[in-house]
Design a binder for this molecule. Structure first.
Ligand SMILES: [Zn+2]
Length: 130
């Protein structure tokens, strides 16, 4: 099955399962981290904001709480139990979200600078460390 985005929910699940296992294998550092507030730039939840609950650096994807939901049909696992339809977040590409700066509450352009030997993220608009 193919959706208009080219990948079926089943394929996404496989992708997610695969990247979960190699969660920290990613070489590049992601600009966005778990717990960040982001705005969706594309898809049906465009312009909505939410909190990042998972990041998959290896795949450069992340999951935003309550956004980009897919409906899944869950079968009854035990006799007497009903199957049900559940909603589940699907990972989105890092490129399709934008970080919201917690200090100025605007979509942030992120910069990096060194403080001692630590790499610090900061908002290019208000200069505050994120
Ligand atoms: Zn800011």
């Amino acid at each position: 099955m193919r959706t208009k985005e080219g990948v079926s929910p089943e394929d996404w699940d496989k992708l997610n399962a695969r990247v979960s296992r190699q969660d920290n294998v990613g070489t590049g550092t992601m600009k966005i981290r778990k717990g960040d507030k982001v705005k969706m730039l594309s898809g049906k939840d465009r312009n909505k904001t939410g909190k990042v609950t998972f990041v998959f650096p290896a795949a450069e994807r992340l999951v935003v709480e309550g956004l980009n939901l897919i409906k899944k049909h869950q079968r009854a696992r035990q006799q007497g139990q009903k199957g049900q339809i559940i909603s589940k977040e699907r990972a989105v590409a890092v490129a399709s979200v934008q970080l919201i700066c917690p200090s100025c509450a605007k979509p942030a352009r992120i910069g990096h600078r060194l403080e001692g030997d630590k790499k610090i993220r900061y908002c290019k608009q208000c200069q505050m460390t994120i």
